[in-house]
Ligand binder design. Sequence first.
Ligand SMILES: [Zn+2]
Length: 236
Amino acid sequence: MPTVANATANRTLEMVLNEALDFRTMAPPTPLEVDWAEENLAGLPTTVQLVEGERAWHWRFEDGKYYRKAGEVWVDLELKQFGIDLYERSISKDLQFFRRLIERAKSGLFERGGWRRRTRADGSVFYVNTFSRLVDGPKLRAPLHFAAPCTEPGCIYTVHFGSEPDHDAEVIQGDGYRVFLTLIDPRPGDEWAVWIEKDDDVELSPARALAFARDIEWVAVAAQRLNADRNRAVSA
Ligand SMILES: [Zn+2]
């Protein structure tokens, strides 16, 4: 059962303050904010991990609305890294919410977007965003698929939601197309395969088509390699 907490606890104080954030009514980023974000945040990768010991929970603000706290999102400018720490029982919507906070930070809404400076015991600095997600109520609609750590060797994701995850070992974003090295719904005997997507209205010039073909070939070879590893592991 999700926990419904009052907004009186200390830990919620900051969330209450941040709760005033409304991206729909917020002024767009200024050129200065955009420049700063492009210089400091734009190229940084994001790690996603499941933290044990803390559970996603709900709380009710004095406006009567419910908010959900399902993790922490942080950035370390020294390490050049964004991170999403998901609490136990977090769901894919929580992860999407945290990814949107990062996208907004990268677009320029950093300080105004709720990111706050923190100092570790050793003096190093990082930033966290404690903004909570507005939800319908304390009860979540079924079916729920909670985050679980991925155990498939080669997969680039650290967590999945649900019992039949799509694993990806490679995701290539091309010009008008995408190529994935994917393992869908793994059961014994299933194999890594190439999954391709093309934007509907994009005509492939010869140069683009060649790049597409090269990417497919590259992923196909990688799939063969992963399948050989997988078959060895199964027969071992
Ligand atoms: Zn996976």
